[in-house]
Design a protein around this ligand. Sequence first.
Ligand SMILES: Nc1nc2c(ncn2[C@@H]2O[C@H](COP(=O)(O)OP(=O)(O)OP(=O)(O)O)[C@@H](O)[C@H]2O)c(=O)[nH]1
Ligand SMILES: [Mg+2]
Length: 489
Amino acid sequence: MNALPRFAVVGHPNKGKSSIVATLTQNAAIAIAMEPGTTRDSRSYTLRVDDTPIYELIDTPGFQRPRQALAWLEAHSTSASDRPGTVRAFITQHRDDARFHDECELLAPVVGGAGILYVVDGSVPYSSENEAEMEILRWTGQPRLALINAIDTTADYSDTWQTALGQYFSIVRRFDAVRAPFAEHLGLLRSFAELMPAWREPLESAIHHLEEQRRYRWQRTQQLIATALADMLTHRERVALHDDSARSAVSAQLQARWRDWQRHREQRLRTDVEQLYRHAGLQRKEPLLNWELDREGEDDLFSEHTRHLWGVNRRYLASAGFGAGALGGAGLDAITVGHSLGAGALIGGVLGAAGSVYYANRLDRIALGPFSPGGRDLHFGPVHDPQFGYVVLGRALEHAWHVANRNHATRGALAVVDAGTGWLQQLGVTQRARLQRTLSRPPRDGTDTRRRQALENAVGAAAEAFERWHALPQGSLPGSQHSPSASES
Ligand SMILES: Nc1nc2c(ncn2[C@@H]2O[C@H](COP(=O)(O)OP(=O)(O)OP(=O)(O)O)[C@@H](O)[C@H]2O)c(=O)[nH]1
Ligand SMILES: [Mg+2]
């Protein structure tokens, strides 16, 4: 027998066989569709972790003529002891018979030694139609496990299914290929290990590999986010200004270039994370990273509305713990006087404590370099407003969390919704201060390892806070009017 655990996923057409293969082999490219008969031929998919194959699943077409196939088997068998041989004979005899193409396709890997995962839909009532299928599978003599899928979650007949399946299968489990969280994938693999003693060890090792892989990916995601943040917080666009009178037109171009660069860099982070989780090519619906200039045409990076949507609002920063001591009445007014920031006065004070009153809420203004024979240098950026960092970080974590928890059977675009600000409250006071500090002082360049490490640590703490926040029961999420969800459409 092949040492690699190997299972054929079989059942009635359109019951989620391909979905189970897609989720358990992390393959988002497998064809899944509402029409029965999507899978025409059997095909094997191997899950590899770091190039090591850990198990193999065979996607198969559904049974088409189970009653006729069973009638043939019964007519050609003389005793219970020759049943597996009779199934083999059935395949040999009907290889070129179009009527039994699907039966031959799905039975061939089973008689070749694969374990059986029989998939049914628990959201429709049990039907004795399945009995011929289950009987044929019993005839093969191979180890068998039944999976009750839930294609429609509004109905549940799994109890009657359980009773019927229990007569044909040594293990019966529920598994929703689209919604099952990672822990349930591992639980299912543990059941596979019970099926056949020879597969116990490789499957336990597979579980270990998958746990490691998940840890590694989440860590790597944090590094990717930290790198993108460092790039985005320090980016500066430059252009040579030959003619002083063109300054305002060139300034506008420069700002647009800066904004496009930021959006582009953010998109690269998105695709890097998706690739890491084997969701390359994922369609995504996400509002563009955006901001508006304020009424006076100042370089206000984000409108209050956008800040509120994507990560942080002024009230949060005021209550975040860092600089709370600086929020005492008169002193604060004195700091912000003359900078009519409106509701932003408070935050002006907080940022003042962090040493940046003047630049709170704005980019470096468009700045001119010194005169030179070739003209002057005009530059835009980098951003001095840590809120930009909060917004980028909030958006990045929201996206990454949904990608990390998306099963590969899920089809349709990933709609990244607003995570609100509640997750920030999961950070302890010291972590808040560190995050604020690192977003105000990002790494100066690639050699600035001290600040880079501080940024990575802060992103790590933020990612943990984000996960804790998502794990809270819905409805009890503090500080957010939003529930943590992404929808598929
Ligand atoms: N909600 C939900 N939908 C599912 C699940 N599994 C399958 N579906 C849906 O059911 C339909 C059929 O899924 P497939 O995985 O293509 O089914 P199949 O058994 O491989 O179908 P054939 O290849 O045609 O025999 C698709 O529209 C899936 O999105 C599930 O676990 N949850
Ligand atoms: Mg299929």
